[in-house]
Design a protein around this ligand. Structure first.
Ligand code: ATP
Length: 702
């Protein structure tokens, strides 16, 4: 910030500061015009920023600026050789998409990957190792510098600033490092880099003993990464190691050793799992879209011959996967070592891998069979789509789960209904219901293993709360998503990004206001547009997409997408952030997010939101011969306390909203630092900058 302030002063603070705000308006208005968006009526806010004397009416300012804009852009871009020297995008003049893009491109070509953008750090992904940029010496340089912000932009400046804020006990003392960006932009990499920095600078001196301590600490902090990535990541079309969960990791400070980060007993990694996109992790039909751990396990199963029988099955089903992924043996070993370091003993490790393997098998089996409704047959029949004989599916799955095959079959095909106080009636499920149950079984197991792992990691590292006083939190969260077809997962992810955007804008304007006050500049209030309307549209109650979805799920009737769309249209028509395409073949609705429009398919949304766990499945797993699997479900209640039936459905959006609210509460109580990672090309090619790709990034401003 100080660097920016200095720059403003050098430029002539009043003009520089106000033009910065004007230019931001210009960028957003021009991009809005490009997209043909209808802008929301601006909301009045108390936060600020405009220097006295530079105040003009918005209209006349816009007109005169637009007239000269093209000339200014041309004049700026003429000095091509200088473009890479812009360390801060707010210094670019004028700030337009083309000038900003050109600067980023010039810097990328010059192998400069970090650039400030006011209080945000922009990180361009080089897609190739740049070891000298992250060496121990560089870390020490930034750590020891009296004014690290005067150095070249770097992720270590962000890390160091947060560290010094804690040392200086600047309120709010706790810090949050928010790392955002689209899939493959480098969020996880950046988070790892930040962790490594803290683990390294925790070294109190260079003595061998201290070095050992640091290495141990570093191991403990960093070991959580391969485990979480192995179990929670999946290979997707955009990133072959994509996180399917958001996490907030707290690195805590020891109360007894003031300002000593990561002293040996104080490292706590708390994972706030925001959303594990189960559907992506589990149910993708193409093998490379499945959780990374499967590959490790499969390779090891085949290579190390865990069990002849199991190996044979894997070999038959996954020969191509094996050939393709056998090189991941190293990754498996890394995960295994990480589990050991976290104190998870070999027996439990075996249980985890077996359980994962079972769940994976279930997936393969389940992906290979379906249910068909036959004439004159009351129950939907199991049919095999690919390789597995019908009986093989059932028996194999039952063996893997350690449950009787007849009971498994009954659970998948029959629903038990209470008739009166005592008696239970078995009702055949429809074909669709059978499929939902099948998927649910695999998801249920996977979700429990994942939660259990997070609990294990936290337990292994968690310090006594009386020992720590402050923390630096690290938020690695998925960026804005817009695919050809979007559903509940994208709605949740984009909702989270809207929340973070609101937090960012409020923080940014507050920081500007504080700058003006500290520099004795006069300012007056301006109106600015925020994204509250969009948030109201999604989270509003009773008229909001989430509330209406929940209401629909509570009605417990077969969902009808067309009907639900009509309901949405009726209830939400007054909100300008939603629009309806009357001609679309599938019922959908379009949300005008801060980062652009996204159309969401309604078909399947209600089912995804219910994410029902049939009580029969839980009962079944409670009887499993596998002790770990069984232990996950012993505490599981399937009925409410009154015994009147299934417990209240906690929907996916309710869980997600609650989780996000807890996260926002933490963020609001901390000093935030933003890093925006950018993927410079869609193919993950080293040192390749595609202007079109970067220009189209949704939510670029955050
Ligand atoms: N600064 C960097 N230097 C070298 N390689 C990088 C850097 N940042 C990212 N990468 C590489 O880019 C790829 C994608 O990065 P990463 O997995 O961190 O993306 P992500 O944003 O976390 O994606 P997702 O949201 O899908 O999990 C990885 O192979 C990583 O090694």
């Amino acid at each position: 910030m100080a660097g920016v302030k200095k720059e403003l002063r050098d430029k002539g603070a009043v003009v520089g500061a106000s033009s910065c705000v004007r230019d931001r308006e210009r960028v957003s208005s021009s991009s809005a015009a490009k997209e043909g968006r209808q802008r929301q009526p601006a909301k009045q806010h108390d936060v600020v920023v405009k220097a006295n004397g530079a105040q003009q009416t918005a209209q006349s300012s816009c007109q005169s600026l637009d007239a000269s804009l093209e000339e200014e852009v041309k004049a700026f871009l003429i000095n091509e050789d200088e473009l890479h020297t812009y360390d801060d995008l707010t210094k670019v003049s004028p700030v337009t998409p083309s000038t900003v893009l050109k600067c980023l491109q010039a810097r990328y070509s010059a192998k400069v990957f970090y650039t400030h953008a006011g209080c945000t750090l922009v990180a361009l992904n080089p897609f190739q190792p740049i070891p000298h940029l992250y060496s121990l010496d560089v870390m020490k340089e930034y750590h020891c510098a009296p004014q690290p912000q005067e150095f070249k932009p770097h992720i270590f400046i962000v890390a160091e600033e947060a560290y010094r804020n804690v040392q200086g006990q600047v309120e709010p003392t706790n810090q949050s490092l928010v790392v955002s960006g689209e899939s493959g932009a480098g969020k996880t990499w950046t988070s790892r880099c930040l962790m490594k920095y803290y683990a390294t600078i925790a070294a109190p001196s260079s003595s061998q003993k201290c070095q050992d301590t640091v290495e141990r600490i570093e191991r403990r902090v960093l070991d959580s990464n391969p485990i979480m990535e192995a179990f929670g990541n999946a290979s997707t079309l955009r990133n072959n190691n994509s996180s399917r969960f958001g996490k907030y990791i707290q690195l805590q400070l020891d109360r007894c050793v003031p300002f000593m980060l990561l002293s040996e007993n104080s490292v706590v990694v708390l994972f706030e799992i925001i959303l594990l996109t189960m559907t992506r992790v589990l149910l993708a039909c193409f093998p490379t879209h499945s959780a990374v751990i499967w590959y490790f396990i499969l390779c090891v199963c085949v290579c190390v011959c865990v069990c002849v029988c199991v190996r044979a099955r894997i070999y038959i089903y996954n020969i191509f996967i094996f050939i393709f992924f056998c090189f991941t043996e190293d990754c498996f070993q890394e995960t295994k070592h990480a589990l050991e370091h976290l104190g998870i003993d070999v027996d439990v490790q075996g249980q985890i891998f077996r359980l994962q393997l079972k769940s994976r098998f279930l997936n393969f089996h389940m992906g290979s069979c379906d249910f068909s409704e036959m004439e004159n047959v009351i129950l939907p029949r199991l049919v095999t789509l690919h390789v597995f004989p019908q009986t093989g599916f059932l028996q194999n799955t039952a063996d893997l789960l350690g449950v009787p095959s007849e009971e498994l079959e009954a659970c998948l095909r029959l629903r038990s209904l209470r008739a009166g106080k005592q008696s239970v009636v078995l009702k055949p499920c429809s074909q669709a219901e059978c499929s939902v149950r099948r998927d649910c079984l695999a998801k249920l197991i996977y979700a429990h293993v994942f939660d259990w792992l997070v609990a294990c990691i936290n337990k292994s590292m968690c310090a006594d709360t009386s020992r720590w006083c402050n923390f630096i939190g690290l938020l690695d969260v998925y960026g804005f998503e817009c695919f050809t077809s979007n559903n509940l997962e994208q709605l949740c992810i984009n909702y989270a990004n809207e929340k973070l955007q609101q937090h960012f804008v409020a923080h940014y304007l507050k920081a500007q206001q504080e700058d003006y006050v500290s520099e004795g500049l006069a300012w007056s209030f301006i109106q600015y547009q925020d994204n509250q309307s969009c948030l109201d549209l999604i989270e509003g109650s009773p008229a909001g997409v989430f509330s209406l979805l929940n209401e629909e799920c509570r009605l417990n009737r077969p969902s009808d997408a067309k009907q639900f769309r009509m309901r949405l249209e009726k209830e939400l028509s007054s909100n300008a952030c939603v629009s309806w395409d009357k001609f679309s073949r599938q019922p959908d609705f379009t949300v005008l997010h801060y980062a652009g429009k996204v159309s969401y398919q309604i078909e399947g949304m209600m089912e995804k939101n219910k994410d029902p766990v049939p009580p029969e499945l839980v009962h079944l797993l409670q009887q499993s011969q596998d002790s770990l699997l069984q232990s996950f479900f012993t505490e599981h209640s399937t009925e409410d306390s009154s015994g009147r039936g299934p417990s209240k459905v906690v929907t996916v959006v309710s869980k997600f909203k609650n989780s996000l609210e807890s996260l926002m509460k933490i963020l609001h109580s901390t000093t935030p630092h933003y890093t925006r990672c950018i993927k410079p090309n869609p193919d993950c090619r080293p040192l390749t900058f595609k202007k079109e790709e970067v220009r189209d990034i949704r939510g670029f401003c955050f």
